[in-house]
Design a protein around this ligand. Structure first.
Ligand code: PGA
Length: 255
């Protein structure tokens, strides 16, 4: 049985001050939360402050991206070791905004995933099709390519520890979430490929979470699907009450 996994992707929102205020308030709201993994991914500047604010609570912290090298002349970049030292346990890799706006490819996703695992950070690897790809009935082929290339060379044990976020690009920030049928089909497909390529144990343990316009009022219909293990939440995670409600409904739905 996989524990529900709910992550907040704050993108380029919140100053250090706003992020720490959120973390302290949120921590008080979810202090009794058991049976759920909760992760906040603030901008890099706020990572350390948020990690301090949620220390010894059920809440963990993630970076939103990283470089695959340990260090070097890469102006503007940040390494897995730096994220880890700042207090992160997770890192989002290959978000569709990074793929679309910053030329992230399956090959760089793969290098980052390998480097993250090497630094004992758990990657949250994002995959998902664009609207054009869905309309051309290429969704499953796109997912296959992203899984195969993005996770190339990983062992079954490594894949077992991963979080994969299925985020249809057309559902991100649009208010238009995938229907339970669309999400269910994609998640079942991802799970079956993980089984085929990395073995039954990896497929059974890997968290496959859904992202794209998740809100308090649609989390239930998604999290009850057998292959949906949680959510990566953007817009609705910027508000303490809304995000806490998503966490609470995930826990209730899971029991
Ligand atoms: P959204 O973003 O919840 O605002 O659609 C999700 C994401 O980009 O991870």
């Amino acid at each position: 049985m996989r524990t529900p996994f709910i992550a907040a992707n704050w993108k380029m929102f919140k100053t250090v001050h706003d992020a720490v205020v959120f973390a302290k308030e949120f921590r008080a709201v979810v202090k009794e939360a058991t049976g759920v993994e909760i992760v906040l991914a603030p901008p890099f500047t706020a990572l350390h402050g948020v990690a301090e604010a949620v220390r010894n609570s059920p809440v963990a912290v993630a970076g939103q991206d990283m470089h695959w090298e340990r260090e070097g002349a890469f102006t503007g970049e940040i390494s897995a070791g730096m994220l880890k030292e700042a207090g992160a346990e997770f890192v989002i890799i290959g978000h569709s905004e990074r793929r679309r706006l910053f030329n992230e490819t399956d090959a760089t996703v793969n290098r980052k995933a390998v480097a993250a695992l090497g630094a004992e950070l758990t990657p949250i690897v994002c995959i998902g099709e664009t609207l054009e790809e869905r309309e051309r009935s290429e969704t499953l082929a796109v997912l296959d390519r992203q899984i195969k290339a993005g996770l190339d060379g990983l062992t079954g044990d490594q894949v077992a520890s991963l979080v994969i976020a299925y985020e249809p690009v057309w559902a991100i920030g649009t208010g238009r979430n995938a229907t339970p049928q669309q999400a269910g089909e994609a998640h079942a497909h991802i799970r079956s490929r993980l089984r085929q390529w990395f073995g039954a144990a990896a497929a059974d343990q890997c968290h496959v979470i859904y992202g794209g316009s998740v809100k308090p009022d649609n989390i239930h219909e998604l999290i009850v699907l057998p292959d949906v293990d949680g959510a990566l939440v953007g817009g609705a995670s910027l508000d303490v009450r809304a995000f806490a409600e998503i966490v609470a409904r995930s826990r209730q739905s899971a029991v």
